[in-house]
Design a protein around this ligand. Structure first.
Ligand SMILES: Nc1nc2c(c(=O)[nH]1)N[C@H]1C(S)=C(S)[C@@H](COP(=O)(O)O)O[C@H]1N2
Ligand SMILES: [Mo]
Length: 548
């Protein structure tokens, strides 16, 4: 069973969350019995008499206005895509942590077994497969494609939410949902006792007025869960976190934000199940007429629309899975033009500056790649202990150079303790020492039309062919853009990119090319290879820049 593979940590041990089913069942029975006993007691009766679940308070607007019905429908469509693609993203690093070092064994929740300790285990190896029934697109680990769905629909989700909020505060609908009286809480408690003792509150239906618990729940889902999802999502951005350390701290740290992001998703799903159950129990046909057509009638028209919506949602998801493989480049281009542009607009001017302390350095730093460099050229370099290494810097520059490690070390040196964010979800803090990239720019003097720089690696990527990536000169001029040859005050280990690896702290990890062999200044990244900006962009359809 799927759940039996999910484990939650209890102290040193990991327990299957499968146990949650019997435990929650027993707990459910206990709560219902307790609620029934309480409702029958004098204290319970006093509460229910004093605080009506559905109060006849000041008048509130009747009916369900069109903006509520439409945003409700759209949000449902979008959330299905967002949750499914989010699960796909999660499955690329199926562990959730409370600390930013992401040390194996310290995760609080994991969706696969422990990390093997007898060999190097990369984050790529750790990814798991999801069925297309669960993940979007599913079928293989395709975080690039999943992110396109996730972010494109994030944008429309946010726009819909903002539209809702504007109408909410500008129309009388605000009186339906906004909690304005403290008495709402004991009323909601009275509702909770009613529901938990397996009764339905008596009073007008939701077309005319919500009960107190319903009002609080709807309000929290819209105005707490929604914004929390957005804010914790943003807290996973290297551009934002490495610029403003306080931002991730709002939630504790980046990994806690990631965990909350996940728990918000779980809350949405739990709400959805509870909501549908109560909609069904309190009059399915009339309730569906309220939320689809905005009328209080008993006929089956709303139910028909509901069926149609279910079919459309399934159809949309089948279409999305198929499109993910038949028109992947189209999806990538649409995402680059919308999500990529939005990221540029919002994050481009965030020059990273966050620094950490020695005590923050991660005891474990996940290695990540498919292949180490190999072949005669590499073997010779290793044999010479990289004394024969020459970094070639060429392209649209006035002064092309070839530099040995000794040459590089004789130039300016910078040390920085920074946080690395992998696209898959893990993070780690390390101290990097090396050449500030701006010093190299000053040395080679790029032509004015050179706007992008390509970094070539000695290693190949997963499908063969040179691993490479590109960066804008703008990003490379940031004070934290570094060609690192030291890690944690020692010589950079081969595993992490010796002789030279890139650090561009406002971008995700896959753009930090390891084992750099050559650097070329070009007009635009589209002039090289398949033209999408890097190996992962060409082969795995990643975005051309990734600041989240
Ligand atoms: N040549 C090469 N560089 C690479 C990769 C790779 O596969 N090949 N993986 C990237 C990814 S996805 C990440 S997260 C970082 C990981 O760096 P680390 O192994 O030092 O943690 O390296 C990046 N640089
Ligand atoms: Mo990565």
């Amino acid at each position: 069973m799927l759940l039996s593979r999910v484990h939650v940590r209890m102290g040193r041990r990991f327990v299957s969350v499968w146990w949650a089913i019997p435990i929650l069942t027993v707990l459910g029975v206990v709560v219902v019995v307790a609620a029934k006993l309480f409702a029958a007691s004098s204290a319970g009766r006093a509460l229910m008499a004093q605080h009506q679940c559905i109060a006849w308070g000041p008048p509130v607007p009747h009916g369900i206005p069109a903006f509520v019905r439409w945003t409700h429908l759209l949000t449902f469509f979008f959330l299905v895509i967002i949750v499914r693609s989010g699960l796909q993203i999660l499955s690329d690093h199926p562990r959730l942590y409370a600390k930013v070092d992401c040390t194996p064994g310290e995760e609080w929740l994991r969706f696969r077994g422990p990390v093997p300790s007898d060999r190097v285990w990369t984050a790529k190896q750790d990814a798991i497969m999801l069925s297309p029934l669960v993940g979007l697109p599913g079928g293989r680990h395709t975080i690039g494609v999943a992110r396109h769905w996730h972010f494109i629909f994030d944008i429309v989700f946010v726009l819909t939410g903002v539209t809702y909020a504007v109408f909410f505060f500008a129309t009388p609908w605000v009186h339906r949902l906004l909690p304005t009286h403290l008495s709402l809480f004991p009323q909601a408690a009275s509702c909770a006792v009613t529901y938990l003792s397996l009764h339905l509150p008596r009073g007008p239906n939701g077309f005319f007025r919500y009960d107190a618990l319903q009002q609080l729940t709807y309000f929290s889902v819209i105005f707490i869960l929604g914004p929390l999802a957005i804010l914790t999502g943003l807290a996973m951005s290297p551009a934002l976190d490495n610029r403003y350390r306080w931002y991730a701290r709002l939630f504790g740290n980046r990994q806690i934000a990631r965990s909350i992001h996940f728990l918000v998703m779980v809350s949405f799903v739990v709400f959805f199940i509870g909501h549908m159950t109560l909609v069904a129990l309190t009059g399915f046909a009339p309730n569906l007429n309220h939320i689809t057509l905005g009328v209080d009638r008993n006929d089956l028209n709303g139910f028909g629309i509901w069926l149609l919506v279910i079919v459309l949602v399934i159809g949309l998801n089948v279409w999305a899975v198929r499109l993910s493989w038949t028109h992947t480049r189209v999806l990538q281009r649409v995402s680059n033009a919308t999500v990529g542009r939005t990221m540029d607009l919002l994050f481009d001017h965030f020059a990273p500056k966050a620094q950490y302390e020695r005590k923050d350095i991660s005891p474990h730093f996940w290695p990540n790649h498919i292949r180490l460099p190999e072949g005669p050229v590499w073997d010779e370099l290793v044999e010479s202990d990289f004394r024969s290494y020459r970094l070639k810097v060429h392209g649209l520059v006035e002064n092309p150079v070839e530099l040995s490690l000794a040459d590089l070390q004789a130039m300016a040196k910078q040390d920085q303790i920074t946080m690395h964010n992998c696209i898959q979800g893990w993070s780690g803090i390390a101290e990097w020492g090396g050449l500030p990239f701006s010093a190299l720019i000053d040395l080679v003097r790029p032509d004015p039309e050179a706007q992008w720089v390509i970094f070539y690696s000695f290693a190949t990527g997963a499908d063969g062919g040179v691993y490479y990536d590109s960066h804008s000169i703008h990003d490379l001029r940031h004070p934290q853009s570094l060609l690192a040859y030291d890690m944690n005050r020692e010589r950079l280990p081969i595993l992490h990119g010796r002789p030279l690896r890139l650090r561009v702290e406002n971008q995700l990890g896959f753009k930090h090319v390891k084992w750099v062999s050559e650097i070329e200044f070009v007009r635009h990244f589209s002039e090289r290879f398949a033209g999408y900006g890097g190996y992962q962009e060409d082969h795995e359809f990643f975005g051309y820049r990734d600041e989240i």
